[in-house]
Every structure is written in C-alpha cells, then in structure tokens.
Design a protein around this ligand. Structure first.
Ligand code: IMP
Length: 477
C-alpha cells in the first residue's frame, strides 16, 4: 500500500471516523498497526464497536480488543485505554478466541482507569431500549450508555476497583440506589466479577504513564478510533449518540494524550454513500423517515431482504453468499424510488451492522456534515467504499440544506432542524468499476470532479481513496 508515503516522519496517527461509524476504519488501522506502529491503542467506547480482521485466514469480529493485537508476537503493544468501558465477559471471550487461534497477547495492557460494564448496565440499556421502534435511540444494547452515565455521575466502577473489595462493595451498593428496578445482589456480582478480574489482572496497567513513556522513547503510536464524530456525545446528533466523545479529542484523551500530540489525524469518510445504524436524524437518507422506521423493525436483516427481493443466495459456512451485481440489485440501485434505491445500494455494498447485523440506513454523502467534521477532526480525509457504487448510473452529494425559503451550508446538531431540512444535491455521472485503478489520475472524471467539489466545500484534503477491501486496493494521492 503506498500509504507508506503518508507515514513517513510521523510518530502518532489516529484513524477516526467523520460520519456515523462503520466507515471502514479497520482496513487502515490493520495495515498501519502491522506495517508501522509499535503500539495500537483504543481510547473510547466498548463492545458497541465491531471490527472485522482476518486471523489465520478466517474472518473474526473483535468488539473490544484493538485489532493491533494480531501483531502481538512481533513485540507490539496493544492498549485498552482509560476512556473505554469494558464488559469483562466479552473481553474474556475475546481472549478465549485469541487462545483458540493461538494468537498471543503478552503485550496487552488494560487501563486500570477504564470503566467496567456490569450486567445491570446491560439490563438497563436493554430495558430502556430503547427499542428504536418505540422512540428509543436504538442503542446496541451493550450497556455502553449506562456505564458512561455512572462514570459521569462519579459512581462508575473502574478496573482498579475490581481488586479492592471495600470499594467494590460500596459502589455496587450505590448501584442498588441508582437502579432500584434491578435486582442487584452485591455478593453475587462480586462473585460474578472475580474470575474475570483474576484473568485480566496480569494485563492491568497505568496505561497513561505507559503511553507517555512510549512517546518519550519515540515509539510509533496508532490510535484506533471507534464509532464516529456524528455519534459523539460532545459533537454528534444528540441525543442520538453514543456515550463517548469519539472525535479526535476524545480518542486522544481516552488514552491520556492531547489531540495536539497526534501528528497525523486521518478522518474516514464513506463516499459517495454514507450510512447510519440506529435512530436519529439523517438528512440525506434515501427513503427518509420510511427507511428509518423500516430499518428499525425486526425482519429486515440481510437474509430477509435477499428473500424478499428474490435475490439468489446460499449459506456457506455460516456466511451468506450472493452476487452483489445481481441484475435485480442493479435495477434497484438505479430505481427512481429513493427507498428502493437505498435497499439496492445496501445489498450491493453489504451494509449490515458487524455488531448487531441490523440493516444500515443508506444516504448520499453529506458534505455539510463532513465540513463540520473537518472543523473538529482536522482536514485530512480518507475516502472509503467508493467502489461499491460501480453499478450506479448516477450519484449525488449534498452541499446544503433547504428549509422553506432558507438555505443553510452549516451543520447543526439540532434534531428538529436536521429533520426539517431537505438536502440540496449536486448530481454526477456514475463511474463504473474502479477496483482495479491504482493511481488517482486513473480514476473516472466524474469521481475526481466530485472529490474536487467535496474538498472545496469541506475545506478538507483527500489523501487516499479506498477502492476495495484489500490493502492493495488503495490509492494514495
Ligand atoms: P450505544 O453506543 O450502544 O449506546 O448506541 C448509541 C447509538 O450509537 C446507536 O444509534 C447505535 O446504533 C450507534 N452505534 C454505536 N456503536 C456504533 C458503531 O460502532 N457503528 C455504528 N453505530 C454505532
């Protein structure tokens, strides 16, 4: 990957998402963690994330441990940072998976200051949930929000508390007051936590001090972002957001660094189609409200959609296989009905959640939102998934919003505003298959024109375009 050009003369890199997550950060994180970094660290979120990596030729989805762990045998360090919320059962099962695959984790570090997700957090999340259909935010149901709520309320259980019975008893008793509807038996929870605590004990560290030392030693550090800027508690489409600040700032502080310490922050943007999982405003969504509620209902997962639209498919080793260029899918992608077009693009691009399997809501890339993200995360942009639109005759980008007679070119986090505006689109001609293109000049004219317009509008600078899932399928400018 000629991404190497970018990596010269820098010590710290962050791969963060400038949209609502699921932008394909993983491909870049995997490469950089393997080829370049000495340390791979995560600073935000928990097992709400889903990150597919190939281990021993098999695809594995990690939710918690940074994917850099697969380079442990090369002496590289992997850190679960202070800003994370950790479900110990999930962590333990990911360690089991690593054991099974004979992937070592000798250099794993778990922050003593990260917060813990306790089963009552998961129960509260599920109970509140927030069923998207019933007006909830459609969380992943993993206890992320409640665990961060306890943290902000200064009542959270930290990893270090697992080794101090007195504090643990005090905090769990407190949780009984916080969650009166939950049956919380302090001793039972302590018993539940004990084996997990023992298991992770050898890896628990003051990771902030460790990362400062790595910085002084000149070690190369990669921050693996989670979720995306528009899901950030601080900058996202509140209240339809996750519990952490997944911006560059939050990602850096989640490992004990300042954003200023990051030499190369790379913001990932899915282009020219973006997605969202869960509820919340999404001005450019194909099919609007209808798509939002359709995606929230059960029975619209990948196999359901394939069956419903009579797309031939088969099950191979638990994986659903189908031709993403099936004539029916292509016909849907080019439908004049936006909702149908969205389903066609979803099927063609395989846009289903890695963590929950939910259908991702589909819309044209919103340059207004991207400009906002560039202002917060910095100007450098990696474009991903451009190859997924090979069969589209036309594509659009949104360069403004209209409400009544007013026009807007700046983003707002306000739900009412975002739901009341209509996107102002510019259309471009479809560009066919680009997966074999390896240099920027070789990209079709309409795509290059779109990138140029997008950069001008957002004040961003596109440094690379991903044209397929493989490492080689990347064009660096
Ligand atoms: P939570 O993070 O489980 O609290 O969910 C809050 C919102 O963030 C929901 O709309 C989720 O669908 C969304 N979300 C959380 N994690 C991810 C992710 O990794 N990708 C995309 N959306 C996410």
């Amino acid at each position: 990957m000629s991404l190497d050009k970018l990596l010269k003369n820098v010590q710290t890199i962050a791969i963060i998402c400038n949209q609502w997550g699921d932008t394909g950060k993983g491909k870049f994180s995997d490469y950089i963690a393997h080829q370049w970094a000495d340390v791979a660290a995560r600073g935000t979120g928990g097992n709400n994330a889903g990150h597919t990596v190939v281990v021993n030729g098999k695809e594995k989805i990690f939710h918690l441990i940074p994917t850099g762990i697969i380079n442990d045998s090369l002496g590289k360090t992997t850190i679960l940072g202070n800003g994370m919320v950790i479900d110990l059962a999930v962590l333990s099962s990911e360690l089991d998976d690593l054991d099974k695959e004979k992937v070592s984790y000798n250099n794993l570090m778990i922050s003593k200051d990260a917060n813990v997700i306790i089963p009552y957090h998961v129960n509260v999340d599920k109970a509140k949930n927030q069923s998207q259909k019933h007006g909830g935010i459609g969380s992943t149901g993993r206890g992320i929000g409640p665990s961060y709520t306890d943290k902000i309320a200064r009542k959270g259980i930290m990893i270090s508390d697992l080794f101090d019975r007195d504090i643990l008893v005090k905090k769990i008793n407190k949780a009984r007051e916080l969650y009166p509807e939950q049956e919380i038996d302090t001793e039972k929870i302590i018993e539940y936590l004990r084996p997990y605590a023992e298991r992770i004990k050898p890896f628990v560290r003051d990771t902030v001090t460790a990362i400062h030392k790595f910085m002084r030693e000149g070690k190369k550090i990669l921050l693996e972002g989670a979720q995306g800027l528009l899901l950030s508690i601080e900058h996202g489409t509140y209240p339809y957001v996750t519990g952490s600040d997944c911006s560059l700032n939050g990602t850096a502080s989640g490992v004990g660094l300042s954003a200023k310490a990051i030499d190369l922050p790379l913001g990932v943007v899915k282009f020219p189609v973006m997605t969202r999982v869960g509820a919340g405003p999404f001005p450019t969504e194909l099919g609007g409200w209808f798509s939002e509620s359709y995606c929230a209902e059960e029975g619209h997962m990948k196999p359901d959609e394939l069956r419903e639209y009579k797309i031939p498919h088969e099950l191979d080793n638990g994986e659903i296989k189908y031709n993403w260029r099936d004539p029916k899918i292509v016909e849907m992608m080019n439908s004049k009905d936006p909702f149908t077009q969205g389903i066609g693009i979803r099927l063609s691009a395989g846009e289903y959640g890695a963590t929950t399997g939910r259908p991702r809501r589909i819309g044209w890339t919103d340059a207004v939102a991207a400009k906002y993200a560039v202002g917060i995360n910095g100007p450098l942009i990696l474009l991903t998934k451009a190859d997924c639109l090979a069969e589209s005759e036309e594509f659009k980008l949104c360069y403004g919003y209209t409400a009544g007679s007013e026009s807007f070119t700046n983003f707002s986090r306000n739900e009412k505003f975002l739901r009341s505006v209509s996107p102002e689109y510019k259309s471009y001609q479809g560009y066919g298959n680009i997966s074999d293109v390896r240099n920027y000049e070789g990209l079709p004219r309409s795509l290059k024109k779109a990138v140029q317009d997008f950069e001008k509008f957002t004040f961003g600078s596109v440094v690379a375009v991903s044209v397929g899932p493989d490492r080689e399928e990347t064009i660096v400018r």
